[in-house]
Design a protein around this ligand. Structure first.
Ligand code: URA
Ligand code: SF4
Length: 217
């Protein structure tokens, strides 16, 4: 497996892309996941949100952000006054990576550089099809994939960045011409992992960032 490139059709039609992604063998993740989880939302969306990879629930359903992290995202979008149906929602990696401890449920495993690099042609194709005004990176995996390994969400969270002119940013050449302004924020799963008494404030912070991105788009 040498990446998704050879599986990505030369098309900007999202339905063609989605259909072709189901047959991708660009890295080893397709072997164990149930199905590909492609991005969803209107191609006319001005705002494109990128997460990390589908989780257990997304893998079963075939749709992005339908599990626990999705509920946090929905809450934050609602607080921000942004309709989910109005944004294009996708992930850096399109197949679920997990470990399965003996007899137990599947546990999310963070995708590695290999899978992120392998899967990037799909995100590039989505960016070319949707042409968003603003991209939101949800968490470090998305931020590193699009803004380079040196980028630190913790330092630049909530800023509207111009990737071409930012000293902290090194854009992969495959998406360099496709990236509009980018705002990086925390991943909804990080809200879930945080302390319960801090959850409401964390959702509000996420909502603030989504609202800022929405206004800029
Ligand atoms: N986490 C993600 O990054 N994406 C999903 O689709 C679900 C959980
Ligand atoms: Fe292809 Fe991406 Fe799935 Fe790997 S994770 S098989 S590159 S769609």
């Amino acid at each position: 497996a040498v990446g998704a490139e050879e599986f990505v059709p030369d098309s900007r039609r999202i339905d063609r892309l989605r259909k072709a992604a189901a047959d991708c063998r660009g890295c080893d993740l397709y072997r164990h996941a149930d199905r590909v989880v492609f991005g969803e939302g209107p191609v006319s969306a001005r705002l494109l949100l990128v997460g990390e990879q589908p989780g257990d629930r997304e893998d079963r359903a075939g749709h992005p952000f339908v599990g626990p992290a999705g509920r946090i995202l929905d809450e934050a979008l609602e607080q921000a006054g942004v309709a989910r149906s109005q944004v294009y929602l996708t992930n850096v990696v399109k197949h679920f990576k997990f470990t399965r401890p003996e007899g137990r449920r599947r546990l999310h495993k963070t995708p590695g550089r290999t899978e992120i690099v392998a899967c990037l042609p799909w995100l590039a194709a989505e960016l070319a099809a949707v042409k968003p005004r603003v991209v939101v990176c949800l968490g470090a995996t998305a931020a590193k994939a699009l803004l380079g390994n040196r980028f630190r969400v913790t330092r630049r969270r909530g800023e509207l960045l111009d990737p071409a002119a930012d000293p902290d940013v090194t854009v992969d050449e495959r998406v360099a011409d496709l990236l509009p302004r980018v705002l990086a924020t925390m991943h909804p799963s990080a809200v879930l992992r945080g302390r319960p008494e801090e959850r409401a404030a964390a959702v509000a912070d996420l909502a603030d960032d989504l609202s800022a991105a929405h206004r800029a788009a």
